[in-house]
Design a protein around this ligand. Structure first.
Ligand code: PLP
Length: 431
């Protein structure tokens, strides 16, 4: 499998380099060079196969013999070991794809579990530890922490914005210990992301560390996220109508994975990029002007991103032609106030407890009047945002899964740092 850099199409690497280095020179992102439609044989038994089987076949098509098939099959089967149920909202034409059935209760478990196993395979003959740096706006940290916990030869350092992730999200990344370290940064998610990006470009640090990243900029996170698009369409069964999918978005990894699935031949007719008031991409889709901004805190905090890191990948798929992008993707964005109304509506109309991220996807489908079957992503379990949920739909109305409830009593361990690069670097050098 070959990949190119979004900053230079002639810069080509193989999969191992793309996964282990994460970023290409000058901040380029890796994209698969070849996205050809899956063969007829894949579709012949598509509806009969398990989630794992279809995922393995999609992955094998992409990897194109790059790693031995039996090993690849193990990696996929271990990573994709929980379901992604498609739930119809009453008898409407709207479905929720629940992506929160994994260990950290967010879709990011798919990417983190797949990446940890793939990296572990690539690292198998190395004596030096690999250090993974990852910035989180909330959910990445928990998924990466559980996904990499106890992985031999891999250290994980998670940066999160102090006071800007929910209490339970914080517990998910600060209570494991062992090879997982949490840095509590006095700044925003964008500050955390900037620190990670700068560290990668720092030759001085790279003398001491073999660094890699687990953010959605890593192609190993993105690839498995395309698998559940196939799973959604499979569960729907053969239908004649076109399909619209709405993706609650922040860094746009999920949506980009959907665009990749479409290139592989999956029939998705329209995408909706649903955001909170960090509406950089919906604005771009509307006006053709891309204008990153500092992020603004909202109740859908995992989408508080002012400079979406996968934007360049989306552009690469459309050769940066706004008119082409617009044909496949439209945008929608909502305020917190509206979000709370939506959460209540979903509960009243469907008896369903959505989360503050998924709710925005749902609403964009309600407002979409096309004659299509509509699917939105429930990107995390609502109990991860229990304060917002209690305040909005009422205390005790949101079921709290056992694995989340028990975190309340566990003790947080974090290292507090300022947002200046110098203090982060000093910490890393003295570690
Ligand atoms: C990460 C996350 C998102 C945003 O996903 P992107 O792939 O970064 O666009 C949305 N919702 C939840 C709950 C998340 O954790």
């Amino acid at each position: 499998m070959k990949l190119y850099s979004t900053k230079n199409e002639d810069f080509i690497v193989d999969l191992e380099e793309a996964v282990m280095n994460s970023l290409a020179p000058e901040g380029g992102l890796y994209m698969p060079s070849k996205l050809t439609p899956l063969p007829e044989s894949f579709w012949a038994n598509f509806y009969k196969r398990s989630f794992q089987e279809n995922s393995y076949l999609v992955c094998s098509h992409l990897f194109d013999g790059y790693i031995p098939e039996d090993i690849l099959k193990d990696i996929v089967y271990e990573a994709i070991n929980f379901p992604a149920p498609l739930v119809q909202m009453s008898d409407s034409d709207i479905y929720s794809l629940e992506l929160w059935h994994g260990p950290s209760l967010a879709f990011k478990d798919f990417g983190a579990r797949f990446m940890s196993r793939l990296m572990s395979y690539f690292n198998r003959n190395n004596d030096n530890d690999l250090t993974i740096l990852v910035a989180t706006s909330g959910d990445t940290g928990g998924a990466v922490a559980t996904g990499f916990y106890n992985t031999p030869g891999i250290e994980v350092i998670i940066l999160y914005p102090s006071g800007k992730v929910s209490h339970l999200q914080e517990k998910q990344l600060t209570t494991l210990g062992k090879n997982i370290t949490a840095l509590e940064i006095d700044g925003t998610f964008d500050d955390c992301q900037a620190l990670v990006k700068q560290a990668f470009l720092d030759e001085h640090l790279r003398e001491k560390y073999r660094l890699s990243s687990a953010n959605s900029i890593n192609i190993a996170r993105l690839i498995p996220q395309s698998f559940y698009y196939f799973e959604a369409i499979k569960q729907l069964g053969p239908i004649d109508k076109p399909i619209t999918m709405s993706i609650p978005s922040g860094n746009f990894g999920n949506l980009t994975a959907g665009l990749i699935a479409k290139r592989l031949g999956l029939k998705i007719d329209q995408f909706i990029a649903a955001t909170n008031i960090n509406n950089i991409v919906p604005k771009y889709l509307e006006t053709g002007v891309y204008e990153p901004k500092p992020s603004i805190a909202t109740i859908s905090n995992a989408m508080d991103v002012g400079r979406p890191s996968n934007f360049d990948r989306m552009m690469a798929l459309y050769s940066s032609t706004w008119n082409d992008v617009k044909k496949d993707i439209s945008g929608a964005f909502y305020t917190d106030e509206k979000n709370k109304e939506i959460l209540k509506d979903i509960k009243t109309q469907h008896g369903y407890v959505a989360d503050p991220h998924g709710a925005l996807g749902y609403q964009s489908l309600v407002e979409n009047k096309t004659d299509t079957v509509k699917i939105y992503f429930e990107t995390a379990h609502p109990a991860k945002f229990i304060n917002v949920m209690d305040e909005t739909i009422g205390v005790g109305m949101t079921p709290v899964p056992e694995r989340l409830a028990k975190l309340r009593h566990e003790e947080k361990t974090s290292i507090e740092l300022g947002k200046e690069y110098t203090s982060f670097k000093k910490y890393l050098l003295e570690r």
